[in-house]
Design a protein around this ligand. Structure first.
Ligand SMILES: NC(=O)c1ccc[n+]([C@@H]2O[C@H](COP(=O)([O-])OP(=O)(O)OC[C@H]3O[C@@H](n4cnc5c(N)ncnc54)[C@H](O)[C@@H]3O)[C@@H](O)[C@H]2O)c1
Ligand SMILES: O=C(O)C(=O)C[C@@H](O)[C@H](O)[C@H](O)COP(=O)(O)O
Ligand SMILES: [Zn+2]
Length: 364
């Protein structure tokens, strides 16, 4: 690996390394080292494949000329993260003749990472998956931690598995072509880490907001590395979300309901999470946990990143509440929310009254 690459190790029963920096998609030795057998499936989407799939295939071929390498490309966007496309990816593995030592290379944003990761989790009950994130959101969040899934019309990520990647290579040069809207979406999940566990990181984001929006490479690399370090530490301690990992779901109970209720064609994930975090802080204030002024500071930072902070028009509060009953944190006894008591301080709160949630939605 070349200079300028940052590395973060994720420990636990299935340890792996996250590498962050320029040029990683060209690193033949590192990418090919992950291919234990002779079958590789590169999964991508219609925006990313024309930009980078040939590079990845060429990089693998250079080190492993004897390997069989197929590509599987989906239409871009959340609407592709379906059970039907999971079937398409499984068919591609079958056509490849993938043996248990095969490897799936997930090249793209979180949509590709979650879908390809889930196919890898299920093929022959689990084969290797290397995450090659190309969106900021995928670099800071979805490529790490092993949550894989597809959406159902009824709700986000309702069918999935925990399947840690074998490795993560975040080639930061791929961000050059990322649309600005998607860069901002990734910043929502970056803000999330500051909000839940690192007040100092929120200060840093405040101070570096302009540099991040201008795609300053140093600022972006720092934001990615700090975010990955937080996520790595949390998932290492709680890989299956029995406890503190749920903090990473801050803003997601509202956010996922917004995405699903709009049929996965409205706000993108990062945008929905931004609105969700604002609503979660309002719910926290309404329940007497948070200071309204501090909650406003989070909202101002999100708005500075060009993220939405209000509920989109046309979404029915009752319908959103019904969606939340299928949130994965919900229990038979009722809704559980990640609530907020100030910068860097979040906690999981059970039995949140639906009336309080509805009141926040009606005022949003
Ligand atoms: N597994 C997890 O832990 C986890 C964490 C966070 C989010 N997610 C999931 O991730 C998804 C959101 O990820 P996302 O925001 O990356 O969305 P995405 O994968 O849909 O990518 C967003 C858009 O950016 C395009 N794109 C990606 N990289 C590009 C590049 N380098 N150049 C040009 N275009 C590029 C894509 O084609 C797409 O149009 C959601 O499905 C969400 O549920 C999962
Ligand atoms: O890794 C996690 O844990 C997260 O919750 C990260 C979230 O940003 C991500 O959107 C995740 O996919 C949500 O998980 P879900 O269990 O609510 O589907
Ligand atoms: Zn998320």
């Amino acid at each position: 690996m070349s200079a300028g690459i940052r590395r973060i190790d994720v420990g636990g029963a299935q340890p792996y390394r996250i590498a962050i920096g320029p040029g990683l998609l060209h690193d033949s030795a590192s990418l090919a080292e992950m291919l234990r057998g002779r079958h590789a499936l590169v999964v991508s989407d219609a925006n990313v494949a024309p930009l980078h799939a040939d590079t990845v295939v060429g990089t693998l071929r250079a080190a492993r000329p004897e390997a069989r390498i197929d590509t599987c490309v989906f239409p871009a966007g959340e609407a592709s993260k379906t059970l039907a496309n999971f079937g398409v990816a499984i068919d591609a593995l079958a056509a490849l003749g993938a043996t248990r030592d095969a490897c799936v290379y997930a090249l793209g944003g979180g949509m590709v990472g979650d879908l390809a990761g889930f196919a890898a989790a299920c093929w022959m009950r689990g084969i290797d998956c290397v995450q090659l994130p190309t969106s900021l959101l995928a670099m800071v969040d979805s490529s790490v931690g092993g949550k894989t899934a597809v959406d159902l019309p009824q709700g986000k990520n309702l069918v999935g598995a925990f399947h840690p990647p074998r490795a993560v290579f975040a080639d930061t040069t791929t961000l050059r072509t990322l649309p600005e809207r998607e860069l901002r979406a990734g910043l929502a999940e970056v803000v999330k880490y500051g909000a839940i566990v690192d007040a100092g990181f929120l200060d840093w984001l405040d101070a570096n907001a302009d540099a991040l929006l201008a795609q300053d490479t140093g600022a972006l690399a720092e934001a990615i590395a700090r975010s990955c370090a937080h996520k790595a530490a949390i998932v290492e301690r709680d890989p299956f979300e029995h406890g503190e990992r749920a903090l990473l779901n801050f803003g997601h109970t509202f956010g996922h309901a917004i995405e699903a209720e709009a049929g996965y064609g409205g706000l993108n994930h990062g945008e929905a999470v931004a609105v969700g975090m604002v609503l979660a802080t309002r719910l926290s204030a309404a329940l007497g946990m948070a200071d309204a002024d501090e909650a406003m500071r989070l909202q101002v930072l999100l708005a500075r990143f060009g993220l939405p902070v209000a509920l989109p028009d046309g979404l029915d509060p009752e319908a959103l509440l019904a969606r939340m009953r299928l949130d994965k944190k919900a229990q038979a006894g009722g809704l559980r929310f990640v609530l907020w008591s100030g910068a860097g301080r979040a906690q999981v709160v059970p039995d949140v009254p639906e009336s309080a949630v509805l009141a926040v939605l009606r005022e949003a």
